[in-house]
Unconditional design. Structure first.
Length: 215
């Protein structure tokens, strides 16, 4: 496994959702998978999966995987117009801890450009344009940052620590989907969130629960 350099999150490391999706694809299995990131996933580095652990060439553990249990309730969808309106007020356009992020970075013309804005009830929502090449990691990535932006605030950066996802289907290239996220709770430096991705016809493509860590 290699996390290519363009799939970065924070500078010099892989986007958490994309990386977790790559690891989950290698892990396999029929049900949801949980990925715990132990170190920032290195870019352009051969990684191996042995005994449910992702290791770098030096043997350091990058991530641990296991089957996930119940992911909890999905986040309710919104229509595309509502998602677009929320996205127009995306706070990351004004202040972003990692503006070069492949998923939600406004500086990335070649990224997914998912810009989650807040809804009146506190949820996040954004349109998601599926790229020309869609793989499992694409959906994991789309389910990542919209959860983080349910808790990220001005001067309050968070990074992904753990994510568990169930992927039911992949979007078709070019589809304009909708992703929603919500904050479940905060304990100390940990924030617990849920996210859900919907196809243009309202079909649930996948959903996730995740833990974000304040840095």
């Amino acid at each position: 496994m290699i996390i290519e350099g363009r799939f970065n999150g924070p500078p010099g490391s892989g986007n958490g959702g994309w990386s977790a999706g790559v690891f989950a694809a290698a892990y396999g299995g029929d049900g949801p998978v949980e990925v715990t990131l132990r170190r920032p996933p290195p870019l352009d580095t051969p990684l191996t999966l042995v005994d449910a652990q992702v290791r770098d060439p030096a043997g350091e553990v990058i991530a641990q995987l296991r089957p996930a249990g119940d992911l909890g309730e999905v986040v309710a969808p919104v229509d595309l117009a509502t998602a677009r309106a929320a996205s127009a007020a995306y706070p990351g356009l004004v202040e972003h801890p990692f503006p070069g992020c492949y998923v939600c970075g406004p500086e990335r013309a070649d990224g997914l450009r998912i810009f989650p804005g807040r809804l009146p009830d506190g949820r996040t929502a954004a349109p998601v344009r599926a790229p020309r090449q869609v793989v499992l990691a694409t959906v994991w990535a789309a389910l990542d940052c919209p959860g983080g932006w349910a808790v990220i605030g001005a001067g309050r950066p968070y990074v992904l620590g753990r994510i568990a996802a169930r992927i039911d289907a992949l979007p078709r290239p070019g589809d304009e989907c909708v992703v929603t996220g919500t904050l479940i709770g905060i304990e100390g430096r940990k924030a617990f969130v849920h996210t859900s991705l919907y196809a243009p016809d309202g079909q649930l493509l996948g959903h996730a629960r995740a833990t974000w860590i304040a840095v």
